[in-house]
Ligand binder design. Structure first.
Ligand code: MN
Length: 152
C-alpha cells in the first residue's frame, strides 16, 4: 500500500489519487468508449481491482483468456455476453467470467455501464476471436444480435 489507506470518492465514480486511463492501447483491440481506473494494484495477495466505465452505446473488447473475472456492476446498465449467453445487467449484479470464455460488456444506448472487475495481478493476455471463432459465435441468433449492438 502506498500513501493513505483511505482515498475518498470524489465527483461521482472517481477516487482520490486514481487516474482515469484509457481502457487499452488505441488500436490494440476493438472497443468503443471505455475508461479504466486501477483501484487496488496488489490487493489481497495478488489481486488487482479495477473500475471500468463504458459510455452509453460503448462496448468492451470481445475476448477470452485463461484468467477469470469477478465483476460487480456499480453504475448504470447494459448487457453482457458470457460464453454463448447474453444477459441484461444493472447495478449490483454480479458476473463471473470463467477461463477461456468469450465475453464482452455493452452499455445501454441511454446509460453508462460501470463495473468493478477483480483479476489476478499475474494474468495472461486477452486473445481476440479469429474469423472462425466469430462465425461460430454468430451461429447463435441472440449472440449475433448482441455483437451487432441490437438492444432487446
Ligand atoms: Mn477480459
Amino acid at each position: 500500500m502506498q500513501g493513505t489507506p483511505v482515498r475518498k470518492a470524489s465527483g461521482g465514480f472517481h477516487w482520490e489519487g486514481v487516474d482515469t486511463l484509457s481502457y487499452k492501447d488505441e488500436g490494440s483491440a476493438p472497443f468503443r468508449d471505455v475508461t479504466r481506473q486501477v483501484l487496488f494494484e496488489e490487493a489481497a495477495d495478488g489481486a488487482q481491482w479495477r473500475y471500468f466505465e463504458v459510455a452509453p452505446g460503448g462496448w468492451s473488447t470481445l475476448e477470452r483468456h485463461e484468467h477469470t473475472h469477478a465483476v460487480m456492476v456499480l453504475r448504470g446498465r447494459g448487457r453482457c455476453l458470457v460464453g454463448e449467453g447474453v444477459y441484461d445487467i444493472s447495478e449490483r449484479d454480479l458476473v463471473e467470467v470463467p477461463p477461456m470464455t468469450w465475453h464482452q460488456f455493452r452499455a445501454a444506448p441511454d446509460a453508462p455501464l460501470g463495473f468493478l472487475c477483480l483479476v489476478s495481478s499475474e494474468r495472461d493476455r486477452p486473445r481476440l476471436p479469429d474469423a472462425a471463432a466469430l462465425a461460430q459465435l454468430r451461429r447463435l441468433p441472440q449472440v449475433a444480435a448482441f455483437l451487432d449492438g441490437e438492444t432487446a
